[in-house]
Design a protein around this ligand. Structure first.
Ligand SMILES: NC(=O)c1ccc[n+]([C@@H]2O[C@H](COP(=O)([O-])OP(=O)(O)OC[C@H]3O[C@@H](n4cnc5c(N)ncnc54)[C@H](O)[C@@H]3O)[C@@H](O)[C@H]2O)c1
Length: 276
């Protein structure tokens, strides 16, 4: 698929590392210009380190090395004004946004039985993992509708289709993101704007994109990382964890014209985990 995204502009949240960085790099390689959005600082209540500004700049350099024009924006998906500013900057620089990847997300606070989740923990999880995607759609959807073109890709999780014990907030938010995907897809289908979701299974840590979510979840749950990884690996029918680039490749397909008939779809990309 050479230059699948030539002439396109992609807006990617949570782009500083992990899946977001892998997606930005593959989109850049395929000819897109990219708007890289990340909070790039720690957030009170998230029990592990989020990305840094230098990681966001590193993503930018990697995309530039692929030939992309890059706009970097520090923005928190919890704030509508931040998202508005990010879109304003993107429009000023590029004049259009063709692809939105709602990837920013947190895995914790998690690890408590459902009734022990505090309200502030619950709100934080939903605010970032579900409402954050809606906020980006609110800013970017109108331009796509006006141009009658666009692809919105929501990064959900297997936790969007099945439950995990002691992850009620994450599971509810990621299920909610599937609901948002379908509802937005219905609203936008007449306007030729497509909305789809990807539900990745567990992604192994990948230092090439500085992805560390698996070890961070293990640490937050106070379990041994190797043991945690092997439990997840064994639960995959193909006995392998995903790599960030696997998710990026699926996002590339959803972003491209190759997937033009995919509307409100949910791709479970999990080595067979959720079919059992
Ligand atoms: N890693 C996995 O095993 C896994 C599995 C399934 C789904 N996912 C989902 O994939 C997405 C990416 O995960 P990852 O593994 O790359 O994690 P990650 O922690 O490496 O990346 C998430 C990025 O989002 C940013 N971010 C967090 N809160 C933000 C906010 N409020 N505003 C803006 N940016 C914010 C972080 O700084 C970070 O750069 C997430 O939505 C996650 O839920 C991950």
């Amino acid at each position: 698929m050479a230059s699948e995204l030539a002439g396109k502009v992609a807006f990617i949240t949570g782009a500083a590392r992990g899946v977001g960085r892998a997606t930005a790099m593959i989109f850049a390689r395929e000819g897109a210009d990219v708007v890289l959005v990340d909070v790039a600082t720690n957030i009170d209540g998230v029990p592990y380190s989020l990305a840094t500004e230098s990681q966001l700049r590193a993503t930018a350099e990697l995309c530039e090395a692929e030939g992309a024009a890059v706009e970097v924006v520090l923005a928190d998906v919890r704030k509508q004004s931040d998202m508005g500013n990010a879109v304003h900057r993107a429009m000023k620089r590029f004049g259009q946004i063709d692809i939105l990847v709602n990837n920013a997300g947190i895995a914790g606070p998690s690890g408590a039985i459902v009734h022990e989740v505090r309200e502030d923990e619950w709100q934080l999880m939903l605010d970032i993992n579900l409402t954050g995607a809606w906020r980006a759609i609110r800013e970017i959807g109108p331009g796509m509708v006006e141009r009658k073109s666009g692809s919105i890709i929501n990064i959900s999780s297997t936790a969007g289709v099945v439950a995990y014990r002691h992850f009620a907030g994450y599971v509810a938010a990621k299920h909610g993101l599937i609901g948002l995907t379908k509802a937005a897809a219905l609203d936008y289908a007449p306007h030729r704007v497509r909305v789809n979701a990807i539900c990745p299974g567990s992604i192994r840590d990948d230092f090439r994109v500085e992805g560390i979510m698996l070890s961070e979840i293990a640490r937050a749950l106070d379990v041994d990382q190797d043991e945690y990884e092997s439990v997840f690996t064994q639960s995959q029918p193909n006995n392998e964890l995903l790599a960030p680039v696997d998710v990026a490749r699926a996002a590339l397909w959803l972003a491209s014209e190759q997937s033009v008939k995919m509307v409100g779809g949910v791709i479970t990309l999990d080595g067979g985990f959720s079919i059992k």
